[in-house]
Design a binder for this molecule. Structure first.
Ligand code: COA
Ligand code: MG
Length: 288
């Protein structure tokens, strides 16, 4: 699966921002036709994204296009405008049911077959950002074409009537619901946007909080947010070294017939080994 520590959005009609995004070394680039694009720019966004997919070299960055929500009336034209140019994935916002994912999956599969592309070569990422989306996530997350669930904090707060705060306590239940569903179905969990994009200290704290909760990446909206976000979702050298020590000492301890043992004065047993293996897997995904 593509590493998605930082997923950068820009309005799909903004050629300048799309051109800039490919110079940033960002994991994923998400050209938006939904809420980042004005209602009178939807057509222009479709054409601009199609052109970008044809003409620009995205390098190692993933090419994503976000369509409008299924049921908005725009979604069919959105997906049909971009699919012929083979994006790496389609982002569907405000998903509330399995059927909405299935709708997109069928259209994508038709395009894959028609063009002789590999089936499943175009992935789906879903935005879950409403009360119904969170309630139904258990069923939705089982869709086989899914790679990731993106949690939209602002939309979710609006959906339940919560007031956004800096420590995001009002989002905790929903964020954990997303992390749990993603862990259960082996999906990536992508955390909220820090909309105060000039406050890099707040971004760092929020990104570290998200990584601590179990998210694998975060949505970003400005180039300045990319480096700190990538850093927060890449295990540190110390964390990697410690995880390696756990893996090594665990094996030795098992051979001695001990399920639990002491390392640096702390008890280590199976769950700690599993945690260490997750750290090493994330490090590997981040190219460490
Ligand atoms: N992607 C790529 N490049 C971006 C960018 C983005 N999301 N946001 C800003 N830039 C570029 C600008 O074009 C500018 O480029 P330049 O130096 O070559 O002129 C540079 O980064 C600095 O931008 P800045 O002037 O600080 O930002 P701004 O005031 O132009 O824009 C926002 C601020 C928030 C409006 C803008 O960052 C944005 O539109 N972000 C994406 C919003 C979005 O897509 N929302 C929907 C999903 S949540
Ligand atoms: Mg949203």
């Amino acid at each position: 699966m593509h590493s998605r520590r930082a997923l950068l959005y820009m309005p799909g009609d903004n050629w300048k921002m799309i051109s800039k995004s490919i110079t940033l070394g960002v994991d994923s680039i998400c050209m938006d036709m939904e809420d980042g694009t004005a209602i009178n720019k939807k057509t222009e966004a479709r054409a601009t994204i199609a052109k970008a997919l044809q003409e620009l070299d995205f390098g190692a960055s993933e090419k994503l296009a976000r369509i409008n929500s299924v049921g908005s009336g725009w979604e069919k034209d959105d997906i049909e405008a971009v699919l012929p140019h083979h994006p790496d994935g389609i982002v569907i916002p405000k998903v509330e049911s399995f059927e909405q994912v299935e709708w997109a999956s069928r259209i994508i599969e038709d395009a894959e077959l028609k063009n002789g592309w590999g089936v499943n070569s175009i992935r789906i990422l879903i935005g879950v950002e409403t009360a119904k989306g969170i309630l139904n996530l258990k069923e939705i997350a089982a869709h086989p074409r899914l790679d990731a669930v993106i949690f939209g904090g602002e939309d979710f707060a609006a959906s339940v009537g919560a007031t956004r705060t800096k420590d995001a306590i009002e989002l905790l239940y929903a964020r954990q619901t997303v992390v749990v569903a993603c862990a259960a179905y082996d999906l990536q969990a992508i955390d909220i946007v820090a909309i105060d994009y000039k406050d890099l200290d707040a971004l760092k704290a929020e990104a570290e909080q998200g990584a601590g909760l179990g998210f694998s990446g975060k949505q970003v909206i400005h180039p300045n947010q990319v480096p700190a976000t990538q850093e927060a979702f890449t295990p540190s050298a110390e964390a990697i070294a410690y995880a390696r020590r756990i893996v090594e000492t665990f094996e030795a301890s098992q051979k001695e017939g001990k399920g639990a043992y002491s390392l640096d004065g702390k008890m280590i047993d199976m769950p700690l080994l599993k945690s260490a293996e997750k750290v090493l897997a994330r490090a590997k995904a981040a190219g460490k």
